[in-house]
Design a protein around this ligand. Structure first.
Ligand code: MG
Length: 363
């Protein structure tokens, strides 16, 4: 039944209270969406051909806010858990005033343990709704200039040298590449990329190197091959060892797995040069904004990253990207069935949509 026929039916039926839901018209839909990858995606953690993410649609006053969360296996999350988490706060979302989004998110952070992707999906849907309600794009809500978006890297997952060369050629439009390493094949991977291009590279080891000595020798080798910085060389808990590594290398070291929340950041100072903030780790845009500001206040570099996800999450992160030094926002470019159009990439630069809220349109 559409809204109009529902209102008509409600008017015809003399049932007390039936018109109340139509008056508010607030609904919440949660759905697990399977995103198919263009290439099998391999990192030190896993290898897969698809990813399931949780999509949330929050409807009120005829406005639909879209949100998404990509559960992170590293933090023992999956899409079903994220969906259960969102469903557990359905009552709060349907009865709360969405203009009090910070209060709502604070209550949810207190009530729901873990499930950061589920929280991110709610936060993004609420922020999309609020932006549309106010009639402004979210970059304006945060007081940012869309001309300040950084370049984004395009990521090359771990593969055979032949496929690595092919993926590098396919990334011709991107001026900076991010290469995943951390397995036994690091040197052949970098050599395969370098046989095709001399572009600047950023390298993500995803905790793949197991000793500080190995990390130092790999990073010094990578520096000779035009690598700008290295992400998470050692396991997250090896902060002291990373501090030792940092004093023996010249390129910046960025924390990813070691930096999930705002409270992680102060102890990373001096061991890492910067932090990679992701909405799926932090629990949404509000917390990601806070993390970026804390890192900046400590004099650290900031980066926005993403998981493999649709244009909903990637566009949400992109609206905050005028704040950061580096962006790795290509998760939507790696999938074949994106349900949305949102942020675009032109010669590597993020181009934000001008529409209100996230500015998403259906694909
Ligand atoms: Mg990373």
């Amino acid at each position: 039944m559409n809204r109009r026929s529902f209102v008509k039916a409600a008017a015809a039926a003399p049932v007390a209270g039936l018109a109340a839901p139509a008056a508010t018209g607030t609904t919440l839909t949660t759905k697990i969406v399977r995103l198919n990858l263009q290439h099998t995606w391999t990192t030190t953690m896993s290898s897969s051909q698809y990813r399931d993410t949780l999509h949330v649609a929050y409807v009120r006053d005829g406005i639909t806010g879209h949100g998404e969360g990509a559960p992170i296996v590293r933090y023992h999350e999956d899409a079903e858990g994220a969906q259960k988490a969102v469903e557990s706060v359905r009552g709060l979302l349907l009865s709360g005033d969405p203009m009090q989004f910070a209060k709502i998110m604070s209550q949810i952070f207190k009530q729901v343990p873990g499930e950061w992707a589920g929280k991110a999906a709610i936060d993004i849907a609420l922020m999309d709704w609020v932006g549309q309600k106010l009639g402004i794009p979210l970059y304006s809500y945060f007081g940012l200039d869309p001309a300040d978006t950084p370049l984004t890297t395009f990521s090359i997952g771990i593969d055979t040298p032949e496929i690595t060369r092919q993926k590098t050629r396919e990334a011709a439009d991107y001026p900076v590449l991010k290469v995943k390493v951390g397995l036994a094949t690091d040197e052949p991977t970098i050599e395969a990329v370098r046989s095709v291009t001399d572009k600047p590279l950023r390298v993500d080891a995803n905790e793949g190197w197991k000793s500080k000595e190995e990390a130092v020798s790999k990073i010094n080798w990578l520096e000779k091959h035009g690598v700008q910085f290295i992400e998470q060389p050692l396991p997250a808990e090896m902060i002291e060892e990373t501090r030792w590594v940092r004093s023996r290398v010249h390129i910046p070291i960025i924390a990813d797995e070691a930096c999930q929340h705002a409270s992680d950041i102060p102890k990373l100072k001096d061991a890492f040069d910067g932090v990679n903030v992701k909405l799926d780790k932090s629990g949404g845009m509000l917390e990601a904004y806070r993390m970026i500001q804390i890192a900046k206040s400590l004099g650290m570099k900031t980066m926005l990253g993403c998981m493999i996800s649709s244009s909903a999450t990637v566009t949400a992160a992109a609206h905050l990207s005028p704040l950061v030094d580096y962006a790795d926002l290509d998760g939507n470019l790696l999938i074949a069935n994106d349900p949305f159009h949102g942020v675009k990439v032109e010669k590597g630069k993020l181009v934000l949509p001008k529409g209100p809220g996230l500015g998403l349109t259906p694909a």
